[in-house]
Ligand binder design. Structure first.
Ligand code: PHE
Length: 456
């Protein structure tokens, strides 16, 4: 059999997985979810879900992938449980749906980079016109999807691993640079207070549910992305500690994104808490608000900081779109024996097409803008929000539930532990592994099961 490819080093694997995790979810979504969910109140719930629920599921996904050396659909079959391949197909569906709208938001961000380079700060007040210009967004979208496909088509170590090794350090330095800068602005501390003082009165069932969805989405869990990445990992690699590092890095970057964003908003609103509150909970938050922040820095500094910011966002998105595209690509390579390069471009084309309604629903088409009428109210969901809720949240937590049930009760915890145990294990590692062993059977299925039931 032709080699499927492998990560060359543990560092490369961790960077690629952290790159998958860190993306628009951290920098675009997380801050507005925090704004809408009571600042640190949301943060606390989010951290709970990330470490208590998601970390064990992540270890489980990596273990399934490495044990079977196979992408999600084939993985369950190789373990001898073909009936459970449904989890793999559910993951494929989630991946296609997520990438279809994710690429549109990535296209907006990428386009904003060019707007900032030429100093077009007015764009923030014309955001709705900008996103309804389907031709322009379509072109940016094609460029972005092609960049993704180009990297994926080059394979694991030459494409995905190499891209992550270049982009992740760059991303970190840009974020640190921007945080330091935003903390020096007037009223920065008001923003930090807004971010870090919890307002528990905003916490509703819906907020808890969105924190869970956000945790799964942000950690790229529940759709087999990490089963796929796990299948390229060497036997000696310590999966428990890798999962801990990936979870920790992703959570840190989301936290840092908040540290970068809230001082900027506080600066723009001159420290007016009510104003911070009203703008920070919006989905269009970074696109509408930040250009005004950059403008107020003056033409030169504004261009520099503004273009760095949107470049950073585009890089973060790219390391995630790569992993989203890798899942269906690996499926075609493993199951249908199609050549990687051909498989990549076919899937990229199909997903771009599935994304067109999301693109049109942001202004160009009334039909896709109000795609689903919400029962009992006048409001409706756009095609993009609908796909986001279904693929980006519901399917992921359902996938996480099924994966934990599968590992704990079908594949069995003994086999799972055999896969992740390492020689000369440290005390901390032993403790984390025992926690994973416990949580995968007693915590994850119960909490995720209840939440999945309530959702349905
Ligand atoms: N984790 C990515 C983000 O936060 C999105 C993603 C979800 C990537 C699922 C891969 C799989 O932006």
């Amino acid at each position: 059999m032709a080699s499927r490819g492998n990560f060359n080093s543990r560092l490369g694997f961790i960077l690629a997985s952290a790159g998958s995790a860190v993306g628009l979810g951290n920098i675009w979504k997380f801050p507005f979810e925090v704004g809408a969910g009571g600042g640190a109140a949301f943060l606390v719930i989010y951290l709970f879900f990330a470490f208590v629920l998601c970390f064990p599921v992540m270890t489980a996904e990596l273990a399934i992938g490495r044990h079977t050396q196979s992408s999600p659909v084939g993985a369950f079959r190789k373990l001898g449980f073909s009936k459970w391949s449904g989890i793999g197909y559910l993951g494929l569906a989630s991946g296609l749906l997520i990438l279809s709208f994710y690429n549109v938001v990535a296209a907006w961000s990428f386009g904003y980079f060019f707007e900032m380079v030429v100093g077009n700060f007015e764009i923030g007040s014309h955001f709705s016109e900008y996103v309804s210009n389907w031709l322009k967004i379509g072109i940016y979208g094609i460029i972005f999807m092609s960049a993704t496909a180009f990297i994926v088509s080059r394979g694991i170590s030459h494409g995905i691993e190499r891209a992550a090794k270049i982009m992740m350090p760059l991303l970190l330095s840009l974020i640190f640079g921007l945080i330091i800068y935003s903390l020096t602005l007037p009223n920065a501390m008001v923003g930090i207070q807004y971010y870090l003082l919890p307002d528990f009165s905003k916490v509703t069932g819906a907020v808890v549910y969105s924190a869970l969805g956000q945790a799964f989405f942000s950690l790229s869990l529940g759709m087999g992305a990490l089963i796929t990445f796990g299948s390229y990992v060497k036997k000696e690699t310590n999966l428990v500690s890798s999962a801990a590092i990936i979870t920790f890095s992703d959570v840190c970057i989301a936290f840092l994104a908040g540290l970068m964003m809230f001082p900027l908003v506080a600066y723009l609103t001159k420290g007016d808490l009510a104003a911070i509150n009203s703008i920070s909970g919006e989905e269009s938050f970074i696109f509408e608000t930040l250009p005004a922040v950059f403008q107020s820095l003056g033409p030169v500094l504004g261009i520099v900081v503004g273009s760095i910011f949107f470049l950073l966002l585009s890089f973060a998105a790219l390391t995630s779109t790569i992993s989203l595209l890798e899942v269906p690509t690996a499926f075609l390579v493993d199951e249908k024996k199609i050549k990687r390069s051909k498989a990549t471009w076919i899937v990229a084309g199909i997903i771009f097409l599935i994304g067109i309604p999301s693109m049109l629903g942001s202004g160009a088409s009334e039909f896709f803008a109000n795609f689903v009428k919400l029962p009992g109210s006048d409001s409706s969901l756009s095609f993009m929000s609908f796909v986001g809720v279904v693929g980006g949240s519901t399917f992921l937590s359902l996938g996480g539930f099924l994966i934990s049930v599968f590992v704990a009760f079908i594949w069995r915890r003994k086999n799972f532990m055999d896969e992740v145990r390492v020689e000369n294990e440290t005390a901390v590692n032993g403790f984390l592994r025992q926690y994973v062993n416990f949580a995968i059977a007693y915590i994850c299925p119960i909490i995720l099961g209840i939440i999945s039931l309530v959702t349905i």
